[in-house]
Design a protein around this ligand. Structure first.
Ligand code: ATP
Ligand code: MN
Length: 292
């Protein structure tokens, strides 16, 4: 007999199936996490094109990214988007908790999002700097790099926010009022990353080349190109320990030793944090891309 559980408005089949074998967390546990965290996650995730990382056989099995499709049922929207080659693809977007759960029902573990809303895909509204340390670098080096990105942005009048990815690094996120195009969006991000790499070539690189990364931090600005995505705040990660991408305050980074502080068992704690003074206003700012 297989356990079916209705969570929110979605029937989760095989709820007892273990998705995180190292930890014993099941599909039902993952669905319960997303149901609990939806009110915190949806402001960042709803209404924008998403890529899903699906792991139907659990995170130790084969996982694959999916950005197009239908068959997810009435709670997952499709958004026609013209791609680089000129063809139109039907991208996925969710609008509510049941949309998250409908994706979990289909084996989704991670939710990645575009830096633009589905109803305005040519008008980016979120900058993301993805700091990827070379193996062997300690986390303090990543937090220093994140602070420096923050200072560069601040000098140009932009507030930014830190997120532990649940993997190895930190994302520095700056929300923007739409009003500029992808070319300017990417050029701005490239300029920030490029000037940091130029100023301190021993510490930073701004190109994808693995060879150049030795002992350095890759400031991945390419998340800010049209069509690319970044892990969304509060998404679970398909890794041992079932960590989640978690917002943190800048002050907290001083004492944060790694990027996997929170996991899917921590929903109550994450909710409490989000309501606390430490995280109030995280991810929100009214600001536009600097011109010139
Ligand atoms: P970490 O801190 O471990 O680096 P991360 O989420 O930043 O975690 P990366 O490997 O640096 O992971 O990837 C950066 C982002 O690029 C991801 O969050 C994801 O959205 C996107 N990405 C990476 N690979 C793919 C892929 N094959 N398809 C779609 N998006 C991808
Ligand atoms: Mn990264």
């Amino acid at each position: 007999m297989t356990a079916r559980r209705t969570i929110g408005g979605i029937e989760i089949t095989h709820a007892e199936r273990v998705i995180f074998p190292q930890d014993g967390f099941t599909k039902g546990d993952l669905a319960a996490y997303y149901h609990a965290i939806a009110p915190l996650m949806l402001p960042f995730a709803a209404g924008r094109p998403v890529s899903l990382l699906r792991c139907p056989d659990g995170v130790a099995g084969a996982c694959f990214f999916q950005k197009h499709g239908d068959g997810f049922g009435p709670h997952v929207d499709t958004v026609p988007i013209v791609e680089k080659d000129g063809d139109t693809g039907d991208y996925l977007a969710i609008r509510d908790a049941d949309g998250l759960l409908a994706c979990v029902q289909m084996g989704t573990v991670e939710f990645h999002g575009w830096g633009a809303r589905a109803d305005a895909v040519e008008a980016p509204d979120r900058l993301v700097f993805d700091l990827d340390p070379d193996e062997g670098l300690d986390f303090a080096a990543v937090t220093r790099a994140a602070r420096e990105v923050r200072e560069r942005l601040s000098a140009l009048g932009l507030a930014s926010f830190a997120m532990l990815t649940g993997g190895k690094g930190i994302h520095v996120i700056a929300p923007l009022t739409p009003g500029h195009d992808w070319a300017d969006h990417a050029a701005f991000a490239k300029h920030i990353a490029g000037s940091m790499a130029q100023g301190e070539p021993d510490r930073f690189v701004a190109t994808m080349s693995k060879a150049k990364r030795k002992g350095r931090i890759f400031i991945d600005w390419l998340r800010n190109q049209r069509g690319n995505s970044a892990i969304l705040p509060y998404s679970a990660r398909a890794r041992a320990g079932a960590p989640v991408a978690a917002p943190v305050a800048w002050d907290e980074l001083e004492t944060t030793g790694h990027a996997q502080l929170y996991g899917i068992a921590d929903a109550p704690h994450l909710i409490e944090r989000a309501q606390s003074r430490v995280l109030r206003g995280w991810g929100a700012a009214r600001q536009s891309l600097p011109t010139g």
